[in-house]
Design a protein around this ligand. Structure first.
Ligand SMILES: *[C@@H]1O[C@H](CO)[C@@H](O)[C@H](O)[C@H]1NC(C)=O
Ligand SMILES: *[C@@H]1O[C@H](CO)[C@@H](O)[C@H](O)[C@H]1NC(C)=O
Ligand SMILES: *[C@@H]1O[C@H](CO)[C@@H](O)[C@H](O)[C@H]1NC(C)=O
Ligand SMILES: [Cu+2]
Length: 222
């Protein structure tokens, strides 16, 4: 019975982890390690409070730097946007075209760009996630610097895939005057989409359902 019992425990752990929304890993979230998931639906920063006069900032290279997260859902769409507004009150510019992530786990895009003119200024990067339970948000306060970060550390992909997609709920979060992507070649080129597919396989289809069945069997046998 012991193996089944531990299987049951594992299933419970997996299911509770699957309740998680998402966690911003890179650049560091405004909320640090103290993220309040219940506040994640609050735009533009979840439970984080953007205020460039007090927020701690990390350098972010305008010609390419890493943005990474952990997704607790099997699938979600993502928008990475930025603003120079001190309180993140508006003027959102798209920093990477909207993508769909398939698979629960880590995703990191090492070459997210900001407008070149932002170098030398502080700003807020807001990650918007269109998840099955609605729109979710996290932010980072950054110091935009020139150049590209050639080898960002702690930037990894789990067993997930990503493809460019359209999501009206996410594009509605951009300022009409600033929707031009800083990397148009990636959105227009036909070969861009295949190159976006991450290594490794996606989350097996129905693995959540399988886990739920495991859970029921486990519960019945305890
Ligand atoms: C957005 O940018 C415009 C032009 O720079 C500025 O006048 C306006 O105050 C900004 N709005 C916000 C909310 O930052
Ligand atoms: C946009 O949001 C609405 C309301 O949450 C939701 O019903 C709809 O499915 C979303 N659209 C897409 C394309 O996800
Ligand atoms: C993660 O996958 C995306 C999509 O395929 C890719 O663009 C990116 O470079 C990958 N990140 C890393 C750190 O390899
Ligand atoms: Cu969620």
């Amino acid at each position: 019975m012991a193996p089944l019992r531990s299987l049951f425990t594992a299933a419970v752990l997996f299911l509770s982890a699957a309740n998680a929304h998402f966690e911003l890993l890179q650049p560091p979230s405004l909320e640090g390690d103290q993220m309040n998931e219940d506040l994640e639906p609050n735009a533009p920063c979840g439970g984080g409070v953007a205020d460039l006069s007090t927020n701690e900032v990390v350098d972010f290279h305008v010609d390419g730097d890493a943005v990474g997260w952990f997704l607790g859902h099997p699938q979600a769409n993502w928008l990475i946007r930025g603003t120079l507004d001190s309180k993140a009150a508006g003027n959102w510019t798209e920093m990477y075209p909207v993508i769909q992530q398939d698979g629960r786990g880590e995703f990191c895009q090492p070459a997210v760009k900001a407008p070149t003119a932002w170098a030398g200024k502080k700003g807020i990067i807001s990650i918007a996630c269109a998840a099955p339970d609605g729109l979710l948000f996290q932010c980072a306060a950054v110091n935009f610097v020139s150049g590209a970060n050639a080898s960002p550390s702690d930037c990894n992909n789990g067993s997930v895939t990503a493809t460019f997609t359209d999501d009206p709920n996410l594009s509605a979060l951009l300022d009409a005057s600033t929707t031009t992507s800083p990397s148009p070649s990636e959105t227009t080129s036909g070969s861009a989409a295949p190159s976006l597919v991450a290594r490794g396989s996606g989350l097996p289809i129905g693995s959540l359902a399988v886990t739920a069945v495991m859970l029921l069997i486990g519960a019945a046998l305890l």
